[in-house]
Design a protein around this ligand. Structure first.
Ligand SMILES: [Zn+2]
Ligand SMILES: [Zn+2]
Length: 200
């Protein structure tokens, strides 16, 4: 695991971004880490021969800390004095900021593609199913209880209404019937809430 030298909490993600050499890219700042020899190999592919070891132009000891060996890297020009990179003198790795990728691609003779390499953070536990929201389950239970209560209340009012008055002790109440209907309708609506494709 290599941490981004700029975003200490981010872990670089390996991706086949340029050519067929896997690069380590930061998911947050899209900076690229080239291990020793990777950038040289890309340059050799595009320019043919030479440049076995890349020396920085006018290196200054003001780079980021090397993500591999944690020592301060040198900041300087790579082949082109405008292409400023951080190079670790200890392990030979090169750190490239996202905005410098365009220059590198020109240098490599690559055109097209995205100007920034985007990678997604690896999910920590891809196998874990999305946990159901316990609050949502409570709401569903309440909705189901409400719907059943509304149905029972409405049935009872209907029973009172349609029975001969002398056989029942209570008179039907329109208010209770309306509340029951609302309870039932609200409960059914709430039960279906959040189901995919329901409202689209
Ligand atoms: Zn980063
Ligand atoms: Zn290093």
């Amino acid at each position: 695991m290599i941490h981004c030298p700029k975003c200490s909490s981010e872990v670089l993600v390996e991706t086949p971004a340029l050519g067929n050499i896997p690069l380590d890219v930061c998911p947050a700042c899209s900076g690229i880490w080239f291990e020793k020899g990777e950038l040289e190999a890309l340059l050799r592919q595009s320019q043919g021969g030479g440049q076995a070891d890349l020396q920085l132009i006018a290196p200054k000891p003001e780079g980021q800390d090397c993500p591999a060996c944690k020592v301060k890297m040198s900041h300087g020009g790579l082949v082109n004095p405008l292409l400023l990179v951080d190079k670790c003198e200890a392990c030979g790795g090169v750190w490239l900021d996202a905005r410098e990728l365009e220059l590198v691609k020109k240098l490599l003779g690559l055109t097209g593609g995205d100007s920034v390499v985007k990678v997604a953070r690896p999910s920590s536990s891809p196998a874990a199913a999305p946990a159901r929201d316990p609050k949502l389950i409570l709401i569903k239970i309440a909705a189901a209880v409400g719907a059943v209560a509304g149905l029972v209340g409405l049935s009872y009012q209907m029973y009172l209404y349609f029975s001969p008055p002398e056989t029942v002790s209570r008179t039907p109440s329109l208010a209770v019937a309306v509340v029951s209907v609302l309870l039932f309708a609200g409960g059914v609506l709430a039960l279906n809430w959040g189901k995919e494709d329901r409202w689209r």
